[in-house]
Design a protein around this ligand. Structure first.
Ligand SMILES: Cc1cc2nc3c(=O)[nH]c(=O)nc-3n(C[C@H](O)[C@H](O)[C@H](O)COP(=O)(O)OP(=O)(O)OC[C@H]3O[C@@H](n4cnc5c(N)ncnc54)[C@H](O)[C@@H]3O)c2cc1C
Length: 310
């Protein structure tokens, strides 16, 4: 059921999606498949890469807020009483399938369930079952609403790196990439069995880094730095701000000056995951290794000890 009441074609949709299937695909990932007629207006099939979408999870009452999907829907959502609003979080599309039977969207949720360290999204995913509903906000089919950061330009080689929260986006990027792409992907996960299949181009090596109970970044930091010839430290330099780092060739959360006219180099870097880990990698790669910031997207997907706000 669509919650839109407008006939104007906004470039985005804010829709109710129904859980069609729930699969515990590995120790720390649950794959939730969403369906429903409203999804037929959602996202353009083809290459979605790391397209981010917003999910609104129900409040304790279980009743999702009514949103009309018009311009200003986000402010309208914020104006809903906090107890009734539910919680918004950002996710990636692991798969988007359009068939004669309709549209299905898979989202791979990381289950972080330790007491005091969990949140509404992870808890919802852990209990999701067919028939449950949530609200998805994302691009309208056939429209460009932004949200894709992966932009290798003319680069023929890529380095992708991230923790388990970035694994679904990395997988999608590699499955949507041209078959002749070359490069390497480093993905740190808690458990060896979290290394889920990725149909990557033959020329891209996918290296899974199972860290066990060690802190995030323990393997990702030294492996990526060592691969690029930098001193392979595993020490995370924490960020001081509340906001996760977001430094891409076209946007600087730190307000740094950007040269968007700079041509892409032959190699493109895409790095996402826990903010402190990503900030540490950024520091070393930009300052020590000398990687041009126009070649690299650094994205904090979550921040240790901080609940996301959308
Ligand atoms: C562009 C983008 C794409 C993303 N794609 C995905 C995706 O496809 N799959 C996915 O699982 N996540 C993804 N994330 C990350 C996800 O949005 C965050 O992990 C989010 O904080 C989860 O919300 P929550 O309600 O479970 O926890 P919150 O309420 O936000 O946080 C509660 C507590 O849990 C901690 N926490 C949050 N996430 C984790 C984690 N993964 N491991 C351990 N502790 C954690 C926080 O530090 C905090 O202490 C993405 C984020 C962005 C920005």
């Amino acid at each position: 059921m669509s919650v839109e009441t407008t006939t104007e074609a906004t470039p985005f949709v804010v829709i109710r999606a129904e859980v069609r299937a729930v699969q515990r695909v590995s120790p720390n990932f649950v794959r939730v498949t969403f369906g429903g007629a409203a999804l037929d207006d959602f996202a353009t099939p083809g290459a979605v890469f790391d397209l981010r979408i917003k999910l609104i999870f129900p409040p304790a009452s279980g009743v999702l807020p009514e949103l009309d999907g018009r311009d200003g829907w986000y402010q309208a959502w914020l104006a809903v009483d906090e107890a009734e609003r539910g919680s918004m979080r950002t996710y990636s599309i692991r798969d988007l399938r359009v068939t004669d039977a309709g549209t299905e969207v898979d989202v791979d949720f990381v289950l972080h369930l330790a007491p005091g360290l969990t949140g509404p999204a992870s808890s919802w995913a852990n209990q999701a079952s067919p028939g449950d509903e949530l609200i998805i906000a994302g691009p309208r089919r056939g429209h460009d609403w932004g949200g894709i950061e992966y932009a290798p330009g003319d680069a023929t080689s890529v380095l992708l790196a991230g923790d388990e929260t970035a694994a679904p986006a990395i997988a999608r990027v590699l499955e949507d990439a041209p078959a002749d792409l070359r490069g390497i992907a480093f993905i740190e996960v808690p458990d060896p069995a979290d290394a889920l299949p990725i149909a990557a181009p033959d020329g891209v090596q996918v290296c899974w880094l199972p860290r066990g109970d060690a802190p995030h970044g323990t393997l990702l930091l030294p492996t990526v730095l060592g691969h690029l010839g930098a001193a392979p430290t595993a020490e995370v330099t924490d960020v001081e701000t509340e906001n996760p780092v977001w430094e891409t060739p076209t946007f600087s959360g730190l307000g740094e000056e950007l040269d968007t006219s700079a041509p892409h180099a032959d190699r493109y870097f895409w790095i996402a995951g826990e903010s402190g880990v990503v900030t540490t990698l950024r520091r070393h790669l930009v300052k020590d290794v000398g990687i041009d910031r126009a070649q690299v997207a650094f994205m904090g997907y979550w921040r240790r000890g901080v609940a996301m706000k959308g």
